[in-house]
Design a protein around this ligand. Sequence first.
Ligand code: NDP
Length: 342
Amino acid sequence: MQQIVLASRPDGAPTHDNFRLETADMPTPGDGEILVAVSHMSLDPYMRGRMDDAKSYAQPVPVGGKMEGGGVGQVLASNSPHFKEGDHVFGMFGWATHAVADARMCRKIDPNQAPVTTALGVLGMPGFTGWYGFNELGRPKKGETLAVAAATGPVGSMVGQLAKAKGLRAVGIAGGADKCKLAVEEFGFDACIDHRAYKTASDLRAALKEAAPDGIDIYFENVGGKVLEAAITLMNPHGRIPLCGMIAWYNAGGLGASAAQEGLTAPKLWRTILVNFLSVNGFIISNHWDRFPDFVAEVAPMIADGRVKYAEDITEGLENAPQAFMDLLTGGNHGKAIVKVG
Ligand code: NDP
């Protein structure tokens, strides 16, 4: 079997030197475990945080350890009554062609309900993140305006489509003309602003203001940086900000140097929150799995009848995972980033 390990910790943006492809012996499942041949693995922004040795809500990947991540595959051998050979399964299998996992931590998936890759995106953790943050923390009301960046990714595209389904105006922010076209034409956003076309937050703000003439009621925060600074000053009183992610700063190790470079000043940010009585809710989706069945019950039928669409960006071969991951962190992915492993 093959796997990709963390060869060294990145200083800023990850490079190929931070990853190493290794060949290892095929693992053997113990009691209650299953052996899985991974067909597809997920690439997600949170993996950048796991590469740092910083205090966080999750343990870092140790240097020399297998890169962490979710995947789907088929059971090759089972020592659990809950799985049999051939079952399709989702689990945290890591960046690897094969993995042994505790069966209790794996979820059986039905390839007849939807393609198995959807368990990594639209019907998996990222789609669930969008659904939970939008509904629970966004508290949407018909007629309001929503703004979300990384609008064509699995989180942002879910948020935009749910907003449209609930009668809101949906404004996307995405990197490049192609992604903006996809946001409007495929995912149904009313407008989409290309953040790469604006050098400063104030120019971006002017474009966003035109797209959201009644102001923003829900800013679903995926990126931080320049987009945050542009969006927050357009918020209506009593607006809501589900604080989901801040990928613009991940390579800087948090709210460090790049935040200062982009001119985002904490006093300005916090004053805007104060004078507009904004509710800002951070959330980590792994604390809310009890709501996953509600998410699937609502969204799976919407996928089946075409009300919710999804985009996937599938890279072939485990050895190409590091490059695909580096692309994800800088917007090179077009849709949910997945690696076809086997
Ligand atoms: P995507 O597949 O959308 O990929 C990330 C995207 O972020 C890139 O394609 C790029 O899109 C955008 N991006 C990167 N750098 C910048 C930048 N400097 N400014 C603006 N946009 C940038 O990711 P996901 O949908 O999987 O995740 C979206 C966010 O949600 C991330 O911040 C992630 O960490 C967070 N998240 C949080 C969870 C939680 O529990 N709180 C759970 C899951 C995800 P573009 O080219 O369009 O700019």
